[in-house]
Design a protein around this ligand. Sequence first.
Ligand SMILES: [Zn+2]
Length: 319
Amino acid sequence: MHEYDIVIGVDVGGTKIEAALIRFLNGQELEVKKRVRRATEREKGADHIIKVIAELCQEVASKNPEGLKAVVGIGICLPGIVDPISKIMTTGNTQMLVGVDVASKVQKILNFEGHINVANDANCFALAETLYGAGVAHANKTNIPIKGLIGIGIILGTGVGGGLIFQGKMFEGANGSAIEIGHSILGQSDETCYCNNNGHAEQFLSGTAIENHFYKLTQNKFHSDQIFEFSHAHGPHHLIAKKCIDEFKSHLAQFIANLSNLYDPHFFVLGGGVSLQKEIYVGLEEQVRLKLFNKNANFKIYQHALGDSSGVIGAALLA
Ligand SMILES: [Zn+2]
């Protein structure tokens, strides 16, 4: 991709698929020219999902007078491990896409002559936030050039994912499974992870984990957002909710300290539903520092800056 190129970014999630026509202006600015979304309806299978991706590409490209002909590339992010050579998803919760060559199939339907690239969604989140979101603010504050930054993106949603950006580039690993931090071990957990192991970060740090923890203590089912609310306001659930959130924060600090000891990034950027809770940032950097080997490490923890656009922007950056 070059400056001023028009590309399409597609973010394929378990519940929705989103596409955007994006023009990158000068390496620091971008213009989202059209953005559309549709339900994934994964029960209808892989061919349906691929058809929807192609239709959404056509729809956003219609914003150009020349249609798809003006688009130089398409980037697609998928919710799973993507092999960095074959660009095929090898593992993931959206099972029907495992082993499917999404790029080739979309290319064929669209009769598209440009390049189509595919990557993992958490890696795309980290890339978008480093180059166009939280990383920009960090670069301005520290005078470190954006392309010199080392950033780690952490998604705290229904699951936990992550991505590492090293000097402007996504670090995918030999098999595409680098920084699968949701499945790194953080302690002994009550629940077993869906990948059949115990103690994975996802069992402590996802919205689902907070909900399960609260349920175990009260036999009441609530969304994690409500549990955060209970932890702030005095009421019947206050003390137990506060205990759940305090334990969550302690695990989050340990988790980020582990990542800092491993990769020593300039900054962390948090995304996903749980990252919207202001409470989790209070005292977090100080708590992390207490657990670090290098007490002088200079790092920051940010909330995402691009909101729910990071998927399509990260995907477009692949094009
Ligand atoms: Zn796991």
